[in-house]
Write a protein that binds this ligand. Structure first.
Ligand SMILES: Cc1cc2nc3c(=O)[nH]c(=O)nc-3n(C[C@H](O)[C@H](O)[C@H](O)COP(=O)(O)OP(=O)(O)OC[C@H]3O[C@@H](n4cnc5c(N)ncnc54)[C@H](O)[C@@H]3O)c2cc1C
Length: 225
């Protein structure tokens, strides 16, 4: 976050105004065998002041957007890049608000920076027909009603189950959980795992059901269809 201040995009006061919540401690835990006769002691560490902030992205984006517009920038919202044509001296971007949009916005530019993440049509084009080796699936949400006095720490990464064989993949389930800035009894929790994306597996296209317990207070039923 300090980089945004160094670059002159935010001042210290603005930086503080986008921090929605601070919490401590932050736990990292790997406990792959929690059976009563386990010989494995597991690994659990608690740290302070590392990745212990919740940022308000709505406020951050709105602040930066205002400054960008004041400096002469244009922001187009609810519209996406659907085509990029490269010429010797220029790049021409075609923007549409939906696939049926018959009146695309055309912008020519000298510089294009791709910040469209994993789903970027530019990176898809560069990747070509090669499938990714792996995928990361995530499921989670924010819930209200936790005891405020217990809702003070975060799990940066936490696992309490052994590696699970699912189709051709070996899966390790990881939890992350954080107090949320929306209220003292609110908490965000999500589960993720990595898996092979080999064509023969196609797990992610099948209906898929798992049930897991997370620290006895959360029972999760995941249905992937
Ligand atoms: C399970 C999991 C946990 C993670 N935990 C953390 C963490 O704790 N801390 C951390 O720092 N990082 C974490 N990350 C990583 C972090 O989420 C990503 O690195 C980050 O979101 C990437 O940001 P980005 O801006 O490059 O892409 P994105 O956040 O994916 O943003 C891309 C944007 O481009 C837009 N877009 C896509 N296509 C088009 C188009 N054609 N036209 C216009 N716009 C388009 C999308 O709508 C999106 O808004 C985690 C990731 C995962 C999967």
């Amino acid at each position: 976050m300090k980089t945004l201040v160094k670059l002159g995009l935010l001042n210290e006061e603005e930086l503080n105004s986008i921090i929605g919540i601070e919490f401590n401690p932050v736990r990292v835990g790997f406990n792959t065998d929690i059976s009563s006769n386990s010989k494995e002691s597991g690994f659990n560490i608690y740290v302070n002041d590392i990745l212990n902030l919740g940022i308000r992205p709505d406020k951050l984006i709105s602040l930066i957007k205002q400054k960008y517009i004041i400096m002469g920038g244009n922001v187009f919202e609810d519209i996406g890049l659907s085509k990029l044509d490269l010429y010797k001296n220029t790049a021409v971007m075609t923007l549409t608000s939906n696939p049926q949009d018959k009146t695309p916005k055309i912008i020519s530019t000298k510089l294009v920076i791709d910040a469209m993440g994993n789903a970027s049509p530019i990176s898809k084009q560069i990747r070509g027909p090669i499938e990714p080796d792996g995928i990361c699936i995530v499921v989670g949400g924010c819930a209200r009603g936790y005891l405020a006095e217990n809702n003070t720490y975060s799990d940066l990464i936490f696992t309490d189950t052994p590696i699970t064989q699912k189709s051709d993949s070996q899966l390790q389930y990881y939890w992350e959980a954080f107090p949320s800035g929306s209220g003292q009894t609110d908490r965000t929790t999500y589960l993720f795992t990595y898996m092979d994306a080999k064509k023969k597996d196609h797990q992610y296209q099948k209906s898929w059901k798992i049930t897991l317990n997370y620290y006895h207070d959360i029972k999760v039923l995941i249905l992937m269809i």
